[in-house]
Design a protein around this ligand. Structure first.
Ligand code: FAD
Length: 488
C-alpha cells in the first residue's frame, strides 16, 4: 500500500539489543530493516557507554599500575598526558567497532534506515531522516511496513531539573567527550557509571567529591566487596557525601556552585570545575508514539514484556534498557536473540524457534573500577533480607600466589551456596562476588556454575590453572566445602 519499504521485521534502535536482534533475524532468513537516528550503529554501548569508558579505564588502570611499580623498584617518573591524543584513541576504538557493525549489517543484507522512527499504526513506522550528529532533521520521511517489530530504543541519562545549562555540567556522554581535566570534579550519584568516570578523571589528575542519596556507594553489591574498593580509592576523594541530596546548583565564574542537603537536614555547598550527573537512566518508551500501535508504556517510560520479549501487542516485541533493569548490554543481547528467534519461528512455522524464551537464572554486574567489583546471582545482603540460609566460601587474595606476585592482593573471591535443610549439605551455588583486578573477567565462571547448578564439590574439584586469579574461585568453593586445608 502506502509504505516505502516492506519487511518481515523492523528493529527500532541499533544499540546492542537492536543490532543483535537484526543480525539474528537476518541469519534466520528474515528480511530486516534496522532504524537508527545516529550515523553509526552500536547505540549507547559502543558510542557513549561500555566501550569508550573501557578504552579510557584501561589507560587509567595502566597508569595506576605503573604508579604502584615505584614500590617494587621501578620508577617511570611523572606521566605526561595528551588529552587530545587520548580522545583520538577512544574515537578510533569506537570507529573500529561501529565500522565492523556496519560491515556485518551489509554482509547480512540488513537494510539500515537512518532517522527517528515513530509508530503510525500497528504495522507501520514512519522514519524522519536525520543528518549530522543525530538530531538534525532533513525533512525527508519514509514509511516502513512490517509484519513484526522489535523495539530496542534504549535509554538516556536522567538530568536533574535544577542543573544549569552550562558546559561544566555533563552527563556520562559529556564526560566521555573528555574536553579536558578539571581540578575539582563532583560526581552526583555513586553508582557504577559515576565511579567509573571518576576513576578516569582522578587518574588524569582531578580531585573528586561524590554525593549519594543512599547510605553507600555502588548499590547492589555486597558491602564487604565495596569496602575493599573504598579502601584502595580513598585517595581519589576529598569528600564522600552519603545520605545526601543535591538540591540546587548555579553557574558562577568560579565554577558550578552546588548545594547539598543531608537526610538529617544538614546543609552544605561546594564549587566545582566539572559536575557529572550520573543519577540513573530513563527509558525512551514515551518517544516512539507507541500508543499508535497499541503498545502499553508505563508511567516511567518502560515497556513491559513476557519471557518471550513480547509486548501487550502480540506481533510487537521489546528488548534492552527499554524493558527494565538491569540496564546492561549483555542482557540486551540475550533478549535480542530470544525476540528474533520467536519471530522467525512464528513467521516460518518453526515450533522450536517459536518457543525460545529468556530464562537466564542470573545476569552478572561489573564495576570496571580499580580494583574491579563484580557480582552475580544472590548477594549476601539479599540472602539476609530474604532469610535464605547460605554457606559462604571466602578466599582472600592474600593467599593467592598470583595476586601476591602481581603486587595486588587486596581482593577476595566469595561464593554463596544453598544451606537450607533440603540441600543436605550439598547445596548448589546461588551467587558470588569478586573484588580485585580482573574481577569482571572472572565473574562469568560463577555465572556458568549457577546456570549449571554446580555445588561446592563441582567447583572445588574443577582444576584451575596455577597460578591464576581464577584459581581463587576453586579455592573459595573448597573453603565452603570445608576441604581447603592447605592455604599457602
Ligand atoms: P541503546 O544502547 O540505548 O540503543 C538504543 C538506540 O536506539 C540508540 O542508538 C538510539 O539512538 C536509538 N533510538 C532511540 N529511539 C529511536 C528512534 N525513535 N528512532 C531511531 N532510533 C532510535 N553496560 C554493560 O553491560 N557494560 C558496561 O560496561 C556498560 N558501561 C556503560 C557506561 C556508560 C557511560 C553508559 C551510559 C552505559 C553503560 N552500559 C554498560 C549500559 C549499556 O550501554 C546499555 O545497557 C545498552 O547500551 C542498552 O542497549 P539497548 O540496545 O537497549 O539500547
Amino acid at each position: 500500500g502506502s509504505a516505502d519499504i516492506d519487511c518481515d521485521v523492523l528493529v527500532l534502535g541499533a544499540g546492542p539489543g537492536g543490532y543483535s536482534a537484526a543480525f539474528r533475524a537476518a541469519d534466520l532468513g528474515l528480511k530486516v530493516v534496522l532504524v537508527e537516528r545516529y550515523a553509526t550503529l552500536g547505540g549507547v554501548c559502543l558510542n557513549v557507554g561500555c566501550i569508550p569508558s573501557k578504552a579510557l579505564l584501561h589507560v587509567a588502570a595502566v597508569m595506576d599500575e605503573v604508579a604502584h611499580l615505584g614500590d617494587l623498584g621501578v620508577e617511570f617518573g611523572q606521566p605526561t598526558v595528551s588529552v587530545d591524543k587520548l580522545r583520538a584513541h577512544k574515537e578510533k576504538v569506537i570507529g573500529k567497532l561501529t565500522g565492523g557493525l556496519a560491515a556485518m549489517a551489509k554482509m547480512r543484507k540488513v537494510t539500515t534506515v537512518r532517522g527517528l522512527g515513530a509508530f503510525v499504526g500497528p504495522n507501520h513506522v514512519e522514519v524522519e531522516e536525520t543528518g549530522g550528529t543525530g538530531q538534525e532533521k532533513t525533512g525527508t520521511k519514509k514509511v516502513v511496513a512490517f509484519k513484526k517489530c522489535i523495539i530496542a530504543a534504549g535509554s538516556q541519562a536522567v538530568r536533574l531539573p535544577f542543573m544549569p545549562n552550562d558546559p561544566r555540567v555533563v552527563d556520562s556522554t559529556g564526560a566521555l567527550a573528555l574536553q579536558g581535566v578539571p581540578k575539582k570534579m563532583l560526581i552526583v550519584g555513586g553508582g557504577i557509571i559515576g565511579l567509573e568516570m571518576g576513576t578516569v578523571y582522578s587518574t588524569l589528575g582531578a580531585r573528586l567529591d561524590v554525593v549519594e542519596m543512599m547510605d553507600g556507594l555502588m548499590q547492589g553489591a555486597d558491602r564487604d566487596l565495596v569496602k575493599v574498593w573504598e579502601k584502595m580509592n580513598k585517595g581519589r576523594f576529598d569528600n564522600i557525601m552519603l545520605k545526601t541530596k543535591t538540591v540546587g546548583a548555579e553557574a558562577t565564574p568560579e565554577g558550578i556552585k552546588v548545594q547539598f542537603e543531608g537526610l538529617d537536614g544538614s546543609k552544605s555547598e561546594g564549587t566545582y570545575d566539572l559536575v557529572l550527573q550520573a543519577v540513573g537512566r530513563t527509558p525512551n518508551g514515551k518517544k516512539i508514539a507507541a500508543d499508535k500501535a497499541g503498545v502499553a508504556v508505563t508511567d516511567r517510560g518502560f515497556i513491559n514484556v513476557d519471557i518471550q520479549m513480547r509486548t501487550n501487542v502480540p506481533h510487537i516485541f521489546a528488548i534492552g534498557d527499554i524493558v527494565g533493569q538491569p540496564m546492561l548490554a549483555h542482557k540486551a543481547v540475550h533478549e535480542a536473540h530470544v525476540a528474533a528467534e520467536v519471530i522467525a519461528g512464528e513467521l516460518q512455522g518453526n515450533k522450536e524457534l517459536a518457543s525460545s524464551a529468556f530464562n537466564a537464572r542470573v545476569i552478572p554486574s561489573v564495576a570496571y573500577t580499580d580494583p574491579e567489583v563484580a557480582w552475580v546471582g544472590l548477594t549476601e545482603d539479599q540472602a539476609k533480607a530474604q532469610g535464605i540460609k547460605v554457606k559462604k566460601g571466602l578466599f582472600p587474595w592474600t593467599a593467592s600466589g598470583r595476586a601476591i606476585a602481581n603486587g595486588r592482593d587486596e581482593g577476595f573471591t566469595k561464593l554463596l551456596f544453598d544451606d537450607s535443610p533440603e540441600a543436605h549439605g550439598h547445596g548448589k551455588i546461588l551467587g558470588g562476588g569478586i573484588v580485585g583486578t580482573h574481577a569482571g573477567d572472572m565473574i562469568g565462571e560463577i555465572a556458568l556454575a549457577i546456570e549449571m547448578g554446580a555445588d561446592a564439590v563441582d567447583i572445588g574439584k574443577t582444576i584451575h590453572p596455577h597460578p591464576t586469579l581464577g584459581e581463587s574461585i576453586g579455592m573459595a568453593a573448597e573453603v565452603a566445602h570445608g576441604s581447603c586445608t592447605d592455604l599457602p
